[in-house]
Design a protein around this ligand. Structure first.
Ligand SMILES: *[C@@H]1O[C@H](CO)[C@@H](O)[C@H](O)[C@H]1NC(C)=O
Ligand SMILES: *[C@@H]1O[C@H](CO)[C@@H](O)[C@H](O)[C@H]1NC(C)=O
Ligand SMILES: *[C@@H]1O[C@H](CO)[C@@H](O)[C@H](O)[C@H]1NC(C)=O
Ligand SMILES: *[C@@H]1O[C@H](CO)[C@@H](O)[C@H](O)[C@H]1NC(C)=O
Ligand SMILES: *[C@@H]1O[C@H](CO)[C@@H](O)[C@H](O)[C@H]1NC(C)=O
Ligand SMILES: *[C@@H]1O[C@H](CO)[C@@H](O)[C@H](O)[C@H]1NC(C)=O
Length: 421
């Protein structure tokens, strides 16, 4: 009896001990685990994986100039949500400002197709601004030995202004580039890989076709960054198309007036536009007009619609590009991109999903439900971010930091590694 009791006591003592021991081991293990977890995270804040994520493959680390970190940090702290990698952008942007040099070939009469812009207004103004800005900027060098890239200053918009046919344009571009090749040693070093060409008119993209190396090797900065017309995303650069000047001031903190769900008015000059108009023309929540708004209705009626709408539909036209995207951004109406095979401007820098709705053409049938499913809080966030990106789609003369010109230069800067002399 006694022995039994003692045995029982021992057993329970033993099991208590075992429990305590198990607990102790568990505690120890979990401490080890936790400290391991935190030591992994804290002693190596940039594990190889993270580090890689911060620096895109196109930007070798040694090109990031760390001495300029502090000057750009504040700016990017505040805007971090609209960039894929705010830190990388900030560091490289500062490095670009300090170091990037472009040589402009001096050949060609400014009174014909060369050197200077045709004009800084209209829907091809982006080309004009680039031609103007590059000359006024800190990036121009008169010393080709200092240059990272070479600009071929021939303007297709000027040719257009003089009524040049597409066939002749192709020949003029070809003859001009060939004259530069025989006169200067720079093209032959890389077969044009460190050369670039800028055109906003969609005919301009085709005008490069007469000279295959221009298509294959050189950087084409174009307003028609459409994969189905030969845009090569890792090499070429999407130039935003911006109708200038804007008729009305930028939209801002104006949510109270945005009562309409969606808006589009334009020509039915593409398959997607025809479908958009056909499916939604009578809808009471989506304001879809299958024609441009007639100026006779009243002054600036079209532009004012952008102020009163939440989402502005941007379907591709006869060419995929249109000034409608930049208009939406300017007027504070969240753009809804309805397009396939289209490289959105600066999409390797800016996270378009933070300030736009990016859809494929087949989504047109579900368009209203997709927009209605976007919660109010999400819309407010998109709109807030949209206001932050406005400056990246604005042209100025002279150019200012972070404007459209600087963004294009930044894209060129990222492409300078191709080859170096
Ligand atoms: C490890 O750390 C991460 C990040 O701090 C945390 O989310 C996770 O819960 C931790 N895991 C454990 C088991 O503590
Ligand atoms: C980094 O930037 C500073 C200031 O702009 C400049 O003086 C310096 O030469 C740059 N360093 C490198 C390695 O590019
Ligand atoms: C094209 O070039 C040819 C030969 O120089 C010229 O005769 C013709 O007028 C040009 N046409 C246009 C539309 O520029
Ligand atoms: C560049 O190469 C082409 C083709 O081989 C040649 O015709 C041209 O003269 C060369 N340019 C120079 C400046 O040597
Ligand atoms: C909203 O619209 C009214 C009437 O057009 C205008 O007076 C007001 O300034 C607008 N509000 C904002 C924040 O833009
Ligand atoms: C829109 O209304 C017009 C006129 O009533 C009609 O002819 C057309 O079929 C309607 N479209 C749709 C998609 O319902």
């Amino acid at each position: 009896m006694l022995a039994g009791k003692a045995a029982a006591a021992t057993t329970s003592f033993c099991s208590l001990q075992a429990t305590l021991l198990t607990l102790a081991i568990l505690t120890l293990l979990s401490f080890t685990y936790f400290s391991l977890n935190s030591s992994i995270l804290h002693s190596h804040p940039l594990s190889p994986l993270n580090h890689h994520h911060l620096l895109p493959a196109t930007i070798p680390e040694d090109h990031v100039n760390t001495t300029t970190t502090t000057t750009v940090d504040d700016h990017h702290q505040q805007l971090s949500d609209i960039y894929h990698s705010p830190k990388v952008f900030g560091l490289n942007f500062a490095d670009m400002e300090a170091n990037f040099k472009v040589y402009i070939y001096p050949d060609g009469d400014p009174n014909t197709f060369y050197q200077t812009p045709r004009k800084l207004t209209g829907k091809y103004a982006s080309e004009g601004y680039f031609f103007q800005n590059i000359r006024e900027s800190r990036f121009r060098t008169l010393d080709p030995d200092q240059a990272h890239l070479f600009f071929i200053p021939i303007s297709c918009h000027k040719m257009r202004g003089k009524g040049t046919s597409y066939e002749n344009m192709t020949i003029i571009v070809q003859n001009y580039v060939e004259s530069l090749i025989s006169k200067y040693p720079y093209w032959n070093r890389t077969l044009g890989a460190d050369h670039f060409f800028v055109t906003c008119h969609d005919v301009g993209v085709r005008a490069t076709e007469g000279f295959p190396l221009l298509v294959k090797n050189s950087i084409r900065v174009v307003c028609s960054p459409s994969y189905d017309v030969g845009f090569i995303p890792h090499k070429d650069v999407a130039l935003p198309q911006v109708l200038q000047p804007f008729a009305l001031p930028a939209g801002g903190n104006d949510l109270e007036n945005r009562t309409k769900l969606g808006f589009w008015a334009g020509h039915r000059n593409s398959k997607i536009r025809v479908i958009l108009a056909r499916v939604w023309e009578n809808d009471t929540e989506l304001d879809i007009s299958n024609n441009r708004i007639n100026r006779a209705i009243g002054p600036l009626v079209y532009q004012k619609r952008f102020y009163s709408t939440k989402f502005c539909i941007c379907p591709g036209g006869s060419q995929v590009n249109s000034a409608r995207i930049a208009d939406s951004i300017h007027y504070g109406c969240v753009p809804v991109i309805l397009s396939n095979y289209y490289d959105l401007p600066f999409n390797d820098i800016l996270d378009w999903h933070k300030f736009a709705v990016v859809l494929k053409e087949h989504d047109v049938y579900r368009l209203k439900q997709i927009l209605k499913d976007i919660a109010d809080t999400e819309f407010v966030a998109l709109h807030k971010n949209l206001v932050k990106v406005q400056k990246h789609f604005q042209w100025n003369s002279p150019p200012i930091r972070y404007d459209a010109f600087h963004m294009v230069m930044y894209e060129l800067w990222l492409r300078r590694h191709v080859i170096k002399y």
